[in-house]
Each structure stands twice: as structure tokens, then as C-alpha cells.
Design a protein around this ligand. Structure first.
Ligand code: GDP
Length: 197
């Protein structure tokens, strides 16, 4: 599946701009700087894929990518950016919640957590939102190459604990690095299992 081209086809900034639901969708979310763009690029093997979204001032949009006519990858806006105003945070929650609630073809949300740092309140808020909307999500640790083995093991345990305690969470925690390629094939396999045949 991932040997095939993945192409950007739609950007939505507001809830009423979402494309009509079609192919199954897998959405990616996480705090800004979690490594989401790098992960999307590593997954698809397309170095500049997620850069489409990084036009300054237009970063708070949902970007839709068609993967070989079998699946749509959705790049959700990064949340928890320290400098973002409360209004911006509210807007983000609004658009994301509208998308999550009203998306019958959304198969799973990949919730990215930085393996190097503790889970923040914005991450817990995102998980609460996913539980409330009853949207299946899976925790993906990023930047695993940048953490020592002891700390990484502790972060994996923490993530597994979160997966157990959050009702909408998938039990399998994925450990990835866009730098080393760790866990990328596993993540691809998870996503491929959700695509149309
Ligand atoms: P985004 O804001 O979530 O899209 O994050 P980016 O993909 O732009 O990455 C944010 C920063 O983290 C950049 O400086 C990346 O070089 C770095 N980064 C991303 N992925 C990895 C990784 O797997 N390992 C390491 N060590 N750094 C990473």
C-alpha cells in the first residue's frame, strides 16, 4: 500500500468545509512539534508530503491525502502550542470535535506522543475528547531514537497504562522514530489493515 503514491487533495479550515466522507480515513493528531510531519513523510516515503500544510498562517487546517485510492490520511492541526491563544485552542477543539463526531468513515486516530517528554494536559484533553466522541484511537510514541533505553521503557509503560485507562484507546502502543525508521513498518501494517481491499 505504501509503495503507491500518496497525494494531497483537500484542506479544510472550518467544520463546514470538510470533504464528503468517502474512503476509510485514518487521522493523525498530536501536540505541535511532536514529529507529526516527519512521521507522515516517513510513512509515505515522501519527503515533502506534510509540508503542503506548512504555509505560514495556514497551519490550523485539516489536510487530506489520498493513499492509492484505498485510504485517506488526515493530518489534523497540532494542538497545545504554548503561544496559541485560548481562542485558537478553542477553535482547534471545535473543528477537531466536529470532524471527529461527524465522520462515519473515520476508522482510527493515531495520537502521537513525544517519547522524550511527559504527557501534557493538552494530550489528556485530546484523549478525553476522543473517549467522549467514542472514536477509536491508538497511541504512537515518536522520536524513540532520542531517548535512552531506561527512560523509553518507562514512557512505553506510561503509554500502555494510558491505553488501558482510556475507553476508546487501542491496546497496542506503537513505538516509532522517523529518524531511525523504528516502528514505521508496524505503523504501516496497522494503517493498511484499515484500508479497503
Ligand atoms: P510537527 O510539528 O508535529 O509536524 O513536527 P515535525 O515533524 O516538524 O518535527 C518537529 C521537530 O522534531 C523537528 O525538529 C524534527 O527534526 C524533530 N523530529 C521529528 N521526528 C523525529 C524523530 O523521529 N527523531 C528525532 N530525534 N527528532 C525528530
Amino acid at each position: 500500500l505504501f509503495a503507491r503514491p500518496c497525494t494531497f487533495f483537500y484542506a479544510a479550515q472550518k467544520s463546514d468545509q470538510l470533504p464528503p466522507p468517502g474512503l476509510p480515513e485514518v487521522a493523525f493528531c498530536g501536540r505541535s512539534n511532536v514529529g507529526k510531519s516527519s512521521l507522515l513523510n516517513a510513512l509515505t516515503g515522501q519527503k515533502a508530503l506534510a509540508r503542503v500544510s506548512q504555509t505560514p498562517g495556514r497551519t490550523r487546517q485539516l489536510n487530506f491525502f489520498n493513499l492509492a485510492e484505498r485510504l485517506v490520511l488526515v493530518d489534523l492541526p497540532g494542538y497545545g502550542y504554548a503561544k496559541a491563544s485560548k481562542d485558537m485552542q478553542r477553535d482547534w477543539q471545535g473543528v477537531m470535535f466536529d470532524y471527529l463526531r461527524g465522520r462515519p468513515n473515520l476508522m482510527r486516530v493515531m495520537l502521537l506522543l513525544d517519547a522524550r517528554i511527559e504527557t501534557k494536559s493538552a494530550d489528556r484533553a485530546a484523549m478525553d475528547l476522543l473517549n467522549t466522541a467514542a472514536v477509536a484511537f491508538q497511541i504512537v510514541l515518536t522520536k524513540a531514537d532520542d531517548v535512552g533505553p531506561v527512560k523509553l521503557a518507562a514512557r512505553i509503560e506510561e503509554a500502555k497504562d494510558l491505553a488501558r485507562r482510556n475507553t476508546a484507546a487501542h491496546p497496542l502502543v506503537l513505538v516509532t522514530s522517523s529518524e531511525s525508521g523504528q516502528g514505521i513498518d508496524e505503523l504501516r501494517a496497522e494503517i493498511a489493515s484499515l484500508a479497503v481491499a
